[in-house]
Write a protein that binds this ligand. Structure first.
Ligand code: KG4
Ligand code: ZN
Length: 357
């Protein structure tokens, strides 16, 4: 018997994603985004995101099946993001995944969202080498990880951000610069016309006494906001500010990631998460890895931002590793730290159930 076709479902933030993976191969996927509905509020509104997932989950699953040329009955396991993310948004995905798994009579796997970002790269470049250093940079997280066997071993955190995530820094500064939401892609576009050396923004935690793998982006965010405040809004050189901010973020991220590889004798760096879509982060990572003799792996753009294929990729790894399926009481953990790829929080007993016991 071969490995099952795994349906992956992602709904932790504003993207509803469904993907189908078998044996490390991406068979098809589809993503719907409620981004436009949040734009006028300048950030994701949790209730709007959750409601959008309710509306789009089924059509997105159907589209993913269509792109793979498959039927629901071909699905042999279901994987779903159980955290971290927005509670209501996560719950929609988990409820949907449970109903599908139980209706089909197939195993269900709970997956940590960030493990999904890590596994996204395997769909393009094959199995991850053991060990590898992974830089996860998204809207909510910035971490430098030492990854061995993603399905079996705990993930080692070499360093994390102490405050804001890199994507959050882009999103918040973009707002101050008068750029649209989401800020990361807007900064990336604006930076094309700018001079990265126009403003000398700080490079946080890169001093000799600093933790070599920890990150901090809130000071950089404040520095960019202060710089913007020194200009009349209509005279703000947005392109220069964007280019200089992007350069500072890309510099710190890639410098620390390459240093981690070198110090740990690891030959492969994997850069994943929404911010891995940033053109300067990609280019600088390429240049510095080349200089240091390190192999760089970055997923294609469409697999960098949130999607269901990456969750299916983790489900596929878990299924093939013989991991136990999640229990029927599978719940969500909106703030789960990344410890293992499988994340199976269980709902606490309800007051009435506890009372009846
Ligand atoms: O991984 P992701 O889709 O969602 C989270 O799990 O957070 O990442 C979203 C983040 C946002 O902060 C967004 O602004 C950022 O990724 N992002 C970018 C780019 N594309 C997306 N940041 C910089 N440059 C980009 N091209
Ligand atoms: Zn994400």
């Amino acid at each position: 018997m071969g490995s099952p076709v795994v349906l992956g479902i992602e709904s932790s933030c504003d993207e509803t994603g469904a993907g189908l993976v078998r044996n490390g191969r991406l068979l098809g996927h589809a993503v719907a985004s409620s981004m436009d509905e949040h734009a006028r509020f300048g950030g994701v509104v949790p209730e709007i995101a959750a409601r959008a997932h309710v509306h789009t989950l089924q059509p997105v699953v159907r589209r993913a099946l269509d792109t793979a040329g498959m039927r629901l009955s071909d699905v042999g396991a279901v994987a779903v993001t159980t955290g971290p993310g927005l509670s209501g948004a996560l719950q929609v995905g988990v409820a949907g995944a449970k109903s599908l798994a139980y209706a089909l009579g197939v195993p269900l796997y709970g997956v940590h969202h960030l493990a999904g970002h890590v596994a996204a790269d395997t769909l393009e470049h094959g199995p991850l080498p053991d060990p590898c250093v992974v830089l996860v940079v998204s809207g909510g997280h910035t971490s430098l990880l030492l990854v061995r066997d993603l399905a079996r071993d705990p993930v080692v955190h070499l360093g994390d951000t102490r405050d804001d995530a890199a994507g959050e820094c882009f999103d918040k500064v973009a707002r101050v610069f008068g750029l649209p939401y989401p800020g990361g892609p807007a900064i990336d576009r604006a930076a094309r016309e700018g001079d990265p050396e126009a403003v000398a923004f700080p490079r946080p935690l890169t001093g000799p006494g600093d933790d070599p793998y920890a990150f901090s982006f809130s000071g950089l965010k404040t520095a960019a906001a202060r710089w913007a405040e020194r200009h009349a809004p209509e005279r703000l050189p947005v392109a220069d500010g964007a280019a200089a901010l992007q350069e500072a973020v890309a510099d710190v991220l890639t410098r620390k990631a390459v240093a981690a590889c070198t110090a740990h004798g690891v030959g492969t760096l994997v850069v994943v998460g929404g911010v891995a879509a940033n053109s300067r982060v990609r280019a600088l990572a390429e240049q510095r890895c080349r200089e240091a003799g390190i192999e760089l792996r970055v997923p294609p753009l469409r697999l960098c931002t949130d999607n269901g294929a990456m969750i299916a990729a983790v489900g596929d790894l878990l299924a093939r590793a013989g991991a136990p399926p999640a229990p029927p009481q599978l719940s969500v953990d909106p703030s789960a730290p990344l410890e293992r790829a499988a994340l199976t929080p269980v709902a606490p007993a309800t007051a009435s159930a506890a009372g009846a016991a």
